[in-house]
Design a protein around this ligand. Structure first.
Ligand code: BGC
Length: 248
């Protein structure tokens, strides 16, 4: 039996901040998953307070991994497509480490989800070029070459038909425009064909909110590349963040 090694992951989204203790040798959550509403406005300082609440609730005293919906280079936030603009250029690692008194490391949310899927989920043992794509409020991407992450690819912001691709093909576009699954699937297919032409991946893993209902749209996607749903559902951001800080 593998020895249990614990880590702590927080997944930050536009509406909620979710955290749990993770067995990083198996990818399983070993505590409740606690969710606190993302404060509005979602400023760095307000989020630091929520992070402390999550840590206190779990009585956690070790390193913390954070998944965040933006470009994050070495802990510094570099974009703000769907988050408060005050995050740009903030050193999140420094801010959260100082406010919590613990060692905190932040990475992009789709990168974190991909790290978890590559280790324990749909990408386990897969070599070559694997692309994780998350369909939620935006489209997130995590690119892996022989299991090694190329961070911050941001492929949701590819320009397609003259617009930001995620504005048409994210799960949020389906809700906002009240699209049928088949209508939305055609948009996703159009997007995937573009990404396929640019990267020739060996495998696409699709996650995010829409992956819970993948049976409603994935069969409609007609592309050459193998495409599979994510396996870790809602937990991949938490698990990937916990892995990322413990393996730095
Ligand atoms: C952001 C990415 C993020 C994705 C999914 C995009 O709008 O630019 O950084 O990974 O949404 O949350």
């Amino acid at each position: 039996m593998t020895e249990q090694q614990l880590g702590f992951g927080i997944d930050i989204g536009g509406s909620g901040m979710k955290a749990a203790i993770v067995d990083i040798s198996t990818g399983e959550l070993v505590s409740d998953r606690i969710r606190i509403d993302t404060p509005q406005p979602a400023t760095p300082e307000a989020m630091a307070e929520v992070l402390n609440e999550l840590v206190t609730h779990h009585r956690w005293g070790g390193p913390i991994g954070v998944a965040f919906p933006a470009v994050v280079r070495h802990g510094v936030v570099g974009s703000a497509a769907n988050i408060d603009k005050s995050w740009i250029d903030v050193d999140a690692d420094a801010l959260f480490s100082a406010s919590s008194g613990l060692d905190v490391h932040m990475l992009n949310d789709a990168d974190a989800a991909g790290v978890a899927e590559m280790r324990f989920g749909a990408g386990a043992g897969r070599k070559g070029v694997v692309m994780m794509l998350t369909f939620g409020t935006g489209i997130g991407s995590g690119l892996f070459i022989d299991g090694v992450l190329v961070p911050n690819t941001e492929l949701g912001h590819l320009e397609l038909d003259g617009v930001d691709a995620e504005s048409r093909a994210a799960a949020k576009a389906r809700d906002r425009e009240n699209l049928r699954w088949s209508e939305w699937a055609k948009r996703v297919e159009h997007y995937l064909l573009h990404v396929e032409a640019l990267f020739s991946p060996d495998l696409f893993i699709v996650g995010g909110g829409a992956s819970k209902k993948s049976h409603k749209w994935l069969p409609e996607i007609d592309i050459a590349t193998e495409i599979v749903p994510a396996q870790m559902a809602n937990n991949s951001g938490i698990v990937g963040a916990a892995l990322a800080i413990n393996e730095r």
